[in-house]
Design a protein around this ligand. Structure first.
Ligand SMILES: Cc1cc2nc3c(=O)[nH]c(=O)nc-3n(C[C@H](O)[C@H](O)[C@H](O)COP(=O)(O)O)c2cc1C
Length: 338
């Protein structure tokens, strides 16, 4: 049984053990750019959320730059009463990571995650994200610099840059840094998300962790649809400590529910309404949000309900939360019957 190193992660594990009827790993919602902001995190929490949340990835260089600071504020915003997420940072300069991580405690953050897996061209060109797999010395320097801020440091990465088999060289380097959690998206950068996640390597990675970093928690990520699927993987590989779900939540906001329950269209519409309300709450002159970005969510909430197809289509032509509410009111009777 792996012992978490920091109080933060010990608390996460203790809470999971105390609140579950079965032995299980911790579950987290994956950091997702333009998705896992304070609004969506709170909607997922309402639907029955995970044990751990992450912010969208945030550029350390902007955080420490006096002029760019403003541009990343919204990403790290946490609402009063909301469960504090883990801040995910990206960058390539140790002093910037250290500086950015030092700002986090005053914002309420208790843990920090380093992005070493992002495949995006702009991030890779900045020698960050998955490019660190090709520059392990920099990766190590970033971990050590971030640790100086005093928060528990975790890393999220991929198996390799070009080939998944690179994990045999790459992961030991990170394990040797004794990070708190190593989250592995089980694909290479080159594979993007185009091939199935490589579950065939899980046991080899567990053995590597047991040998090199027995107190590092190992979290799996890639194609895991929901709680049940996560539990299947856990039962096949009991050495795993955490399960991270990303796109599964975009298909089903109830993905973290531990018991299979059927949710009605009304339940989903309530989630959509909550999302609209929270969107309006955070969409201030100081931190403006784009209404268009809300549209990706309409299909999440209205998926799988044949009667809702027409409404979904109509919602795509709206331009404001007020228009969305009006449409929902107009369709209320039909939706009641659905
Ligand atoms: C829209 C979107 C945005 C993402 N943004 C981030 C990010 O900011 N940081 C990160 O580490 N990974 C990011 N990812 C990758 C996910 O965290 C996750 O590793 C990937 O989607 C595979 O997991 P899944 O199959 O459960 O979705 C993003 C993925 C998606 C789909």
């Amino acid at each position: 049984m792996v012992q978490a190193q920091s109080q933060y992660w010990r608390d996460v594990l203790a809470k999971v053990a105390n609140n579950s009827s079965q032995k299980r790993p911790f579950f987290s919602m994956a950091p997702m750019e333009a998705v896992t902001d304070t609004v969506f995190r709170r909607v997922v929490a309402k639907a029955g959320g995970p044990d751990v949340y992450y912010t969208e990835f945030t550029n350390a260089a902007s955080m420490v730059h006096p002029k760019a600071k403003f541009s990343v504020q919204g990403r790290l915003a946490v609402a009063p009463g909301e469960q504090q997420p883990i801040a995910q940072l990206w960058g390539s300069k140790p002093e910037e990571l250290e500086g950015a991580a030092k700002l986090l405690p005053d914002m309420g953050y208790q843990a920090v995650d380093l992005n070493m897996g992002c495949p995006d061209g702009t991030v890779v060109k900045n020698s960050a994200g998955s490019d660190l797999i090709r520059h392990p010395d920099t990766a190590v320097a970033l971990i050590r610099a971030t640790k100086k801020a005093g928060l528990p440091v975790s890393v999220k990465t991929r198996l390799g840059f070009y080939k998944p088999e690179e994990f045999r060289d790459w992961l030991p380097i990170i394990f040797k840094e004794q990070v708190e959690v190593l989250t592995i998206h089980l694909r290479s950068r080159k594979e993007m998300s185009k091939v199935p996640a490589h579950y065939e390597y899980i046991d080899e990675i567990i053995a590597m962790r047991d040998e090199l970093a027995p107190n590092t928690l190992l979290q799996l990520n890639g194609d895991i649809k929901n709680f049940e699927h996560g539990m299947e993987l856990y039962h096949e590989h009991p050495g795993v400590d955490g399960i991270m779900i990303g796109r599964g939540v975009l298909e089903d906001p109830y993905a973290f529910n531990q018991t299979e329950s059927t949710h009605s269209l009304q339940d989903s519409i309530q989630l959509l309404k909550l999302q609209l309300d929270l969107f309006d709450e955070v969409n201030t002159a100081k931190l403006p949000k784009h209404f268009e970005a809300l549209k990706r969510y309409f299909k999440i909430y209205l998926r799988g309900f044949p009667h809702a197809a027409q409404l979904r289509q109509a919602l795509m032509d709206t331009h404001s939360t007020a228009e969305v509410r009006e449409l929902l009111a107009q369709h209320a009777e039909a939706l009641e019957l659905a």
